[in-house]
Ligand binder design. Structure first.
Ligand SMILES: *Cc1c(COP(=O)(O)O)cnc(C)c1O
Length: 368
């Protein structure tokens, strides 16, 4: 069987360095807010290209803390609006509503699956304070037009970089340093994954970095002095050590994902299947390899019957979820089409060419 994602094999591909990192953290006798966090934050900020990186407990919290910090800093207040793609993982939207801000859903471009820059301006109102772009599936969502809109309307640009560590925008900067702040997830299955939960906020804004760090530490930057009603949302030392070890290999791991993606794109020739359209190979790190077909459920079953695991990202769009029942009657046709047609093929740094070729053969024989 070809697994959708073989996490054990991914860990084993950097086993010695991960084991050394875990041992170093364990042997240090210091498990939170120590040298490993300091080291990883410095390395990650440098990697992304920002002045600051702040380790937090997970990717959802990273996004929550960015908006909460803007509320604490007086930049936003409850009821203000944040523009966000309608076809994202639910966490992007939860981070907005968690802060009593109002998500304004904008349809994606059917060719890129990223927020459609042409549809942003019509969604702006006097209450709009930010745009949250999501580099979905590992592909850069930033465009110059989005940057210009943010400037013209004085909006904060926040990036959800949970799926795109190591990706570049067309100007050669990495995603995660393109806007005012970015949230990153180190969930084990992400391109840079910990051995448990982890996340980070990157920014060039010292006040934002300070506020996020404080919020994620009970609202305190001085022991027993509490400025905000914060929470405990810290990255632990063992995860930080593991992430330092894996960060060294991220670019090469992403390169392998791209090689796999290229092999799929060159090999799959089936008129029933729509492949990802790649215009710039630097601006995609293929967290997901998304294809589309009207026969999605049949294809998924056909692949499963032939020993290939696939997933759907995502089966139910946010506006059809029970937690957002107030939106259930709304219609976002492009978003709904993607959710009805998308299928994610196995892709990772450890999948073999032989496995990819087997999948290509199956894809080409589907419906023959
Ligand atoms: C994974 C993910 C998150 C949340 O990250 P966690 O670490 O799982 O909390 C947020 N946004 C997107 C787009 C994601 O894929």
């Amino acid at each position: 069987m070809i697994k959708f994602l073989d996490l054990e094999k991914i860990t084993n591909s950097h086993k010695t360095e991960i084991d050394d990192a875990v041992k170093r953290a364990v042997d240090s006798g210091w498990y939170l807010q120590g040298k490993e966090n300091e080291k990883f934050e410095k390395e990650y900020a440098e990697f992304i290209g920002t002045d600051y990186a702040v380790g937090v407990a997970n990717g959802l919290d990273a996004l929550i803390w960015i908006f909460r910090a803007y509320v604490e800093m007086g930049v936003m207040k409850p009821g203000d609006e944040v523009i966000v793609p309608a076809n994202t993982y639910i966490a992007s939207i939860l981070a907005i509503t968690e802060n009593n801000l109002v998500p304004v859903l904008v349809e994606p471009d059917i060719n890129t699956y990223q927020i459609d820059p042409e549809k942003i301006e019509e969604a702006i109102t006097p209450r709009t304070k930010a745009i949250l772009i999501v580099h979905l599936y590992g592909q850069n969502a930033y465009t110059d037009k989005i940057g210009e809109i943010c400037k013209r309307y004085n909006l904060k640009l926040v990036e959800d970089n949970a799926q795109a560590h190591g990706c570049y925008a067309s100007d050669g900067r990495r995603t995660g340093c393109l806007g005012d702040a970015a949230g990153h997830s180190f969930y084990p299955g992400k391109n840079l994954g910990a051995l448990g939960d982890g996340g980070a906020v990157t920014t060039n804004d010292p006040e934002l970095a300070r506020t996020v760090r404080s919020l994620a530490n009970y609202g305190s930057s001085k022991k027993y002095v509490f400025k905000y009603k914060g929470r405990n949302s810290r990255l632990d030392e063992i995860q930080a050590a593991v992430l330092s070890a894996k960060l060294k290999h991220l670019d090469e791991d992403n390169q392998r994902r791209k090689d796999v993606a290229r092999r799929y794109i060159e090999g799959i020739k089936n008129p029933a299947i729509i492949l990802p359209k790649v215009t710039d190979w630097n601006s995609h790190v293929f967290h997901i390899f998304p294809i589309r077909t009207e026969k999605r459920d049949e294809l998924q079953k056909f692949l499963a019957d032939n020993g290939v695991q696939t997933l759907i990202h995502y089966p139910i769009p946010p506006h059809k979820q029970e937690c957002y029942r107030e939106w259930n009657n709304r219609s976002y046709p492009i978003t709904e089409q993607i959710h009805a047609e998308e299928l994610s093929l196995p892709i990772s740094p450890v999948i073999t060419d032989a496995e990819v070729d087997d999948i290509i053969k199956l894809m080409n024989s589907f419906m023959d």
